[in-house]
Write a protein that binds this ligand. Structure first.
Ligand code: FEO
Length: 165
């Protein structure tokens, strides 16, 4: 099997950063949501941040398993504020679409490098991205439906609080 090619390593190493950056953004959003008196949405987003950290660690572990080193790159600070809960979910869905594109690029590189082990490893991420996009899209659709009506927002907030860790 051997080590990752330089190109494959560089792309996977960079993906660790993108996953961490997603987690950092979601954590920032969680704190803002909490501050806006939406503890349920805040909890939901904290769980999502945890998932992103898990994605980063999965990638990290794989790089090491192939006998390579991980070189951690700087991650950007998230914005401090958002316009609304809907804005938060809209931006999250955009980010997930971007990440799906990055994962697809990794799959392309693995195919070009004939790195079958990495191709198989990445399949989990491909499936996960379908799920992630769908999750955010559903929340966004529900938010559009309730149009920020107070009682409906409180109901949704209670619902979001139930997401498992
Ligand atoms: Fe790790 Fe939400 O993509």
């Amino acid at each position: 099997m051997g080590k990752l090619s330089e190109k494959m390593w560089s792309a996977l190493n960079e993906q660790v950063k993108y996953e961490m950056e997603s987690g950092y953004l979601y954590l920032g959003m969680a704190s803002w949501l909490n501050d806006q008196a939406f503890p349920g949405f805040a909890h939901w987003m904290r769980v999502q941040a945890g998932e992103e950290m898990h994605h980063a660690q999965k990638m990290y572990k794989y790089i090491e398993e192939r006998g390579n080193r991980v070189e951690l790159l700087p991650i950007a600070a998230p914005p401090k504020t958002w316009d609304s809960v809907e804005d938060v979910m809209k931006k999250s869905l955009s980010l997930e679409k971007l990440v799906s594109g990055l994962i697809n690029k990794l799959v392309d590189i693995a195919a070009a490098e004939k790195d079958h082990a990495t191709s198989i490893f990445l399949q989990w991420f491909v499936t996960e991205q379908v799920e992630e996009e769908e999750t955010f899209r559903t929340v966004l659709d529900q938010l559009k439906m309730v149009k920020s009506t107070c009682s409906a927002m409180i109901y949704l907030d209670n619902h979001m609080a139930k997401r498992g860790e």
